[in-house]
Design a protein. Sequence first.
Length: 440
Amino acid sequence: MSSDVNVVSVVDEICALGALSPELLLKLRTVSRSNLGERKSLQARLYALDGESLSADEKQLRRAAFSWILYRHDEARAALKDYHGALADLVRGEMALEERRADEALQHLKAAAQKHPQSQKVEIELASAQSAAGRLDDALSILSRLEGQGLKDADLFHAKGFVLEKQGFQERACEAYEQALALDPAHAQAAFRLAYYLDLRGEDEKAVELYKRVTGQGPAFVNAMINLALLLEDGDDLDGAIQSLKEALRVDPMNRRATMYLRDCIESLDMYYDENERKENERLESVLRIPISDFELSVRSRNCLAKMNVKSLGDLVRKTEQELLAYKNFGETSLTEIKHLLESKGLRLGMFRDEENKRARAQRMRTGNSENAALMKPATDLELSVRSRKCMQKLNIETIGDLCEKSEADLLATKNFGQTSLNEVKQKLGEMGLSLKPIN
């Protein structure tokens, strides 16, 4: 299936065709496991089954099949108790295959192939069961015959790649996975297997791109999410690694590997330290201790800084442009003068605010109570007015926690942010049981 197809409509079209065939059922599985929106569409169909104008048998089949596709195997098995149609063996075989009960899968899929002798799709699934049961020659024989008949199918090449992989032919397996992805770029299983081997070869950039295709595709791809996180961490993208591990835990909350790696990533956020950084910090500290009186500033700038109790460069860089401009008699001319002074020393206004926000964010991530979960939500969740949102952007506020690190004075010092906007922000935070930073 092409990646630019509206796959949600494909789910609806398949479900509207009436009785399901093996081909339609397996296509439904593919499209529904390729995207979150597709799974939601199928889930809605499952919930609406009782209101559908279908026969009792067809409803029962769909209940079993939809539940299986959505990884609800217990519900699928319960639905199959009262269904004995021609597709029952196919659904039972697929579930057994996913649960790694290879012999049982083989038994059911052989029966399915006998009931649907013209279905090449069922033969591909039978070959997958043969492979899982260790009967690699039998599996490859089926797939080679189908390929010889001119069948160009992503599932065929994925199954062939898996057999070749088990036989130890890794290069040929990767070629088969590439053929599968050429036919269907959204084929999650082929993307995962190819990414795994690219990862082993050290082709990190290609592996990351493929792992990202399957992140969020459900419980079957938790390992892909973990592998992606490890590659991102190696590339110093800790935020991306953390998000990938959180997604893994969302679909598999008890996954010990994901839990362990997530803890390590979060701790690494503010632990990176080396000799070069130590030397740079020592140099920076000596610069920040330089008193403001050592510089030739205009009378107006000196007086304003004195009123703000700014005595050193360290005090000055902790101020933002908005805070300086909020002071009486401090205008753009004084601001330009101050910025030029700081630039000559490799400094900038507000430079420590970003680090302080990062450390505060890391601390919130380390603690897992419900309040901190709220703090990690994006600030856009507050649904503020346009004026308030622009203020958030000016202050580089990304999360609700970043906002709670600001005081009323910080917000009111921002141009065009007045008491009305402040009241709006306080009300929205209050509804969540949160508040702005108190003024010392």
